[in-house]
Write a protein that binds this ligand. Structure first.
Ligand code: BES
Ligand code: MN
Ligand code: ZN
Length: 507
């Protein structure tokens, strides 16, 4: 088994500085340019010869400041040649944190290409310095992520960037302490996002459910979380027919991963137990209702929801909020074989309801039904599940919003607010018996599929297992995976969900 455990090491040191140092060969200075068009450009932070160069580039229309545009140039200052990178911010928007995060990530990727060792990122003027610094620091760590762990490294291939320095003249010591604390929190959270991303980028062949559970346990030991994994025999013995059924066709047995965070001196919390449940299908072939070959390789990331739950617990364990959290990841490999579930089979779930399996490719809802019911049996007072659940949410929302489904308006608003603050926006979708035909079976309590589009049908089925516990379901099928490389990120896993969950618990 390749040793990629723990994801790519992120050696990027992020710190604050009040001024720019004199020019040095392996330094790069990033300057933000806001602009909707050539005649509406605002420059931040440049001085002297560098400022003249920026003005010339902008006046000549060679840099328009469009979002994620970059331009690298050299300017001759009295102290030597200064390497500078213009980073386009687009027009000032309603979410400047998102813009800052992307700009920092983009700049880090360009800095690595340019073999810079230190990147000085001049912070644009803003109203909330601490929030802006956090967004920049998050972006820097996220931009340092590379999913090249299976590629042979030649000399000089390694990431060169060692330091990301946020340059801002912010005021007194107290403000600077606040900003430094945000930078530290950003490190903890983004390293956990990258850890989750590396798991989702890992091929199905090297991350079957048992290995997924082993990685979770190693992480739990490192950060002081309680961990318990139910193996396939226990899964069967406890009556988790959804999880066991989905896993039964594979030579790699299913597992239920359970992580717990309990604050010290418990009893001081408010009695709430948050449960995060993540879909952990380590590879989804579709089973007997097998998927077409085209694009099937992306189904190695069908455990992205589970990885996000583990990543969130990893960050929570370090940030130490006063709230109990349990993470639950039902994990299985959905394979066709002589033992696999057949279309028409009926499974009996942990909650006692039976489900007719009309389509074995609608497997996520089967494992989540057991995960959600198990969360309730542990005393969860509020539940969030995350799942790469349906192709239909991709059709409905594209890849800029996750679908949010809920049985509780107040909880839905809290989760949506946390998601917005985290820069992982959601869009609320209905959970309603209007869609019940999609899940009504002639022979069982429910069926798992009733025709396309089915994001609403899948959510309605899950709601039956959440029952009267406040619950939110996030369908992250579109947002968990980036199809094409972007200036701020390689193609592949995005780690979406970690930041939302951390914001919800620690925000
Ligand atoms: N894991 C898939 C959903 C998915 C599709 C995630 C594309 C990411 C990208 C899920 O298990 C699935 O197969 N859904 C099917 C269900 C249908 C065939 C019953 C779908 O949505 O197509
Ligand atoms: Mn499927
Ligand atoms: Zn799936």
């Amino acid at each position: 088994m390749p040793s990629t455990s723990g994801g790519t090491p992120d050696r990027l040191n992020v710190r604050l500085a009040a001024t720019l140092p004199p020019p040095a060969p392996r330094d790069l200075v990033a300057l933000c340019v806001f602009g909707a068009g050539a005649d509406d450009v605002e420059l931040c932070g440049a001085t002297g010869a560098t400022l003249d160069a920026v003005r010339d580039l902008v006046a000549a229309g060679e840099f328009k400041g469009g979002e994620e545009d970059t331009l690298l140039f050299h300017a001759h200052e009295p102290g030597g040649a200064r390497r500078a990178l213009l980073v386009g911010m687009g027009p000032h928007g309603d979410d400047d944190a998102r813009g800052s995060r992307r700009a920092a990530a983009t700049a880090v990727r360009r800095a690595n290409e340019a073999k810079a060792r230190r990147l000085f990122f001049v912070m644009p003027a803003c109203s909330d310095e601490a929030r802006a610094a956090r967004a920049l620091a998050e972006g820097a760590h996220l931009g340092a992520y590379a999913n090249d762990f299976y590629q042979k490294k030649e000399d000089g291939d390694e990431a060169s960037l060692a330091e990301f320095v946020i340059v801002t003249g912010v005021g007194d010591e107290r403000v600077r302490d606040g900003v430094a604390a945000e930078i530290e929190r950003a490190r903890v959270v983004s390293e956990s996002v990258n850890w989750a991303r590396a798991l989702a980028d890992e091929p199905g062949g090297s991350l079957p459910p048992r290995e997924f559970a082993r990685r979770a346990a190693a992480m739990a030991a490192e950060f002081g979380l309680k961990v318990e994994t139910l193996d396939s025999e226990e899964v069967r013995a406890r009556g988790m027919g959804g999880l066991w059924g989905v896993g039964q066709g594979s030579d790699n047995p299913p597992a239920l991963i359970v992580l717990r965070y309990e604050p010290e001196g418990s009893g001081e919390d408010d009695g709430e137990l948050f449960a995060f449940v993540g879909k952990g299908i380590t590879f989804d072939t579709g089973g007997i209702s097998i998927k077409p070959a085209k694009g099937m390789e992306e189904m190695k990331a069908d455990m992205a929801g589970g990885a996000a739950v583990l990543g969130a617990l990893r960050a929570v364990a370090q940030l130490k909020p006063r709230r109990r959290v349990v993470g639950i990841v039902p994990s299985a490999e959905n394979m066709p074989s002589g033992r696999a579930l057949k279309p028409g089979d009926v499974i009996r779930t942990f909650a006692g309801y039976t489900i007719e399996v009309v389509d074995t490719d609608a497997e996520g809802r089967l494992v989540l039904a057991d995960g959600i019911a198990y969360a309730r049996s542990l005393g969860a007072t509020r539940i969030v599940d995350l799942a790469t659940l349906t192709g239909s949410i991709i059709v409905a929302l594209g890849d800029h919003r996750a679908g949010l489904f809920s049985n509780d308006d107040e909880w839905a608003r809290r989760v949506a607010r946390a998601a917005a603050l985290a820069g992982e926006p959601v869009w609320r979708m209905p959970v309603s018996d209007d869609y019940k035909k999609r899940i009504e079976s002639d022979i069982a309590d429910f069926k798992n599929y009733g025709g396309r589009p089915d994001a609403t049908g899948a959510a309605l089925l899950l709601s039956k297992f959440a029952a009267d516990t406040p619950w939110v379901h996030l369908d992250i099928a579109a947002t968990a995976w980036l199809e094409e490389p972007a200036p701020h990120s390689p193609a592949g896993a995005t780690g979406t969900g970690v930041r939302t969950l951390v914001e919800l618990v620690c925000g």
